[in-house]
Design a binder for this molecule. Structure first.
Ligand SMILES: [Zn+2]
Length: 73
């Protein structure tokens, strides 16, 4: 997935479905908010891990994504 930037040049964070989050929590994977890639071996409370796909430090664990409101209703 491509990284999207807003008018101010800030990354527009991706959103994830509850199914994706629940599966990620079980599998100990996180998601990159910048490009949407899955990151393996990611604790549920991981924050700002570096993404191997896009290089941004925007990988968060499943629980963090819920706390941050990145889940689509
Ligand atoms: Zn990424």
């Amino acid at each position: 997935m491509a990284v999207e930037y807003g008018k101010s040049g800030k990354i527009i964070p991706k959103r994830f479905t509850l199914d994706e989050i629940e599966q990620a929590s079980e599998d100990m994977v996180g998601f990159c908010l910048a490009c949407g890639e899955e990151a393996e071996c990611c604790e549920p409370d991981a924050r700002n891990y570096k993404c191997s796909a896009c290089g941004n430090s925007q990988v968060f664990g499943a629980e963090e994504l819920v706390l941050m409101g990145r889940v689509t209703p």
